[in-house]
Design a binder for this molecule. Structure first.
Ligand SMILES: [Zn+2]
Length: 342
């Protein structure tokens, strides 16, 4: 093995011990491409280029690459962004519809619920959780909102720079496009994760607790859905794009209700998914239709968020003049290369 192969092997070994990542890379790329296809014709034309599409599709896997990095600082911040165990909200007296709409307000509500009703909340062993992520049910509902707003900001900055069309701002424009690519990719990841029903439930790695229906308790069930079933049914971009309907619309100025409804749709599929596994139908046409529906819902939801973020980011004249005022590029229009190093 050369060094490069060794590094890849080491990374894969590290990932093997980690919890499943939800939709393997092909699933995330697929949802991204389906979503890009659903954007209106007036959307920025560079988003139709093959190269840009490939970049956004690759970037949609980036938050899982963060998970593969052995840093508890990053794990603590990033890990919970990938899921929300909807069925664990009730122990904190919350539902998807009543939980605070701001991330740290939600943390505060859960801390208070634990203090006031410790008997309602499942025991948590901090000694087995060095990154301290398992005390709470997950944050994906927030990571979607926050990254949607970052994408709005990136679209607006790009539109401002295009309007200015200033040759001195060529590098800024290139960076603004790169930022759009970056945030479209990251948003895609969390929207994609949420379409995987096992990212919305405490039963994320096999059924836990009371199990009257005898559902699988196999921890490998999650990985099977992420990749094995998609590969088995050959659910590729080419296979799915013909059947796509882009019927979802979101409220561009506040996507909370739309994202909550999206998570509810995925959560409603948790038990049907376990039933399909139990009957063996996951690997038949019924399983194919089930996973296709989940991927298509992810693609359509992401298309709606992309389109809304873009449409709601048209800059006003004041946005443009404010940008020029605060950016203060005048006098520094030409940034030279770094002088020769001795
Ligand atoms: Zn993920």
């Amino acid at each position: 093995m050369n060094l490069r192969h060794r590094a890849v092997a080491a990374a894969l070994t590290a990932l093997a011990g980690a919890p499943a990542l939800a939709w393997d890379a092909p699933g995330h790329r697929l949802i991204t491409l389906l979503a890009l296809d659903g954007m209106p014709a007036e959307a920025p034309s560079f988003l139709r280029d093959a190269e840009t599409r490939a970049m956004i599709a690759s970037q949609s896997c980036e938050p899982d690459r963060w998970r593969g990095t052995p840093s508890n600082y990053l794990r603590h911040e990033n890990e919970m962004d990938h899921y929300l165990d909807v069925d664990d909200l009730s122990q904190f007296g919350l539902t998807l519809r009543t939980m605070p709409r701001l991330r740290y307000e939600c943390v505060k509500a859960m801390v208070n619920a634990k203090r006031d009703h410790p008997e309602r909340v499942e025991a948590y062993d901090a000694s087995k959780d060095p990154a301290a992520t398992r005390e709470w049910p997950g944050m994906v509902v927030y990571s979607i909102q926050e990254n949607y707003a970052k994408l709005q900001a990136s679209f607006r900055t790009l539109a401002i720079l295009e309007k200015l069309a200033d040759p001195a701002r060529t590098a800024q424009q290139a960076q603004a496009r790169a930022n759009v690519v970056y945030h479209m990719g990251v948003l895609s990841h969390f929207v994609g994760d949420s379409s995987q029903p096992l990212h919305t439930t405490r039963h994320h790695h096999g059924w836990v607790g009371e199990n009257p229906n005898g559902y699988t308790t196999d921890r490998g069930f999650h990985a099977k859905i992420d990749g094995g079933v998609i590969a088995h049914h050959a659910l590729t971009y080419d296979a799915l794009r013909g059947g796509m309907k882009y019927a979802i619309k979101v409220n561009a100025s506040d996507t909370w209700d739309d994202v909550a409804a999206y998570l509810e749709r995925s959560f409603a599929k948790v038990e049907p998914l376990y039933q399909l596994e139990k009957t063996g139908d996951l690997m038949t046409d019924a399983g194919k239709a089930f996973i296709t529906e989940r991927l298509a819902d992810g693609g359509a939801m992401l298309a709606a968020l992309y389109s809304a973020a873009w449409a709601s980011s048209k800059p006003t004249e004041k946005d443009v003049s404010d940008f020029v005022f605060y950016d203060k590029l005048e006098g520094a229009t030409v940034i030279p290369p770094r002088p020769a190093v001795k």
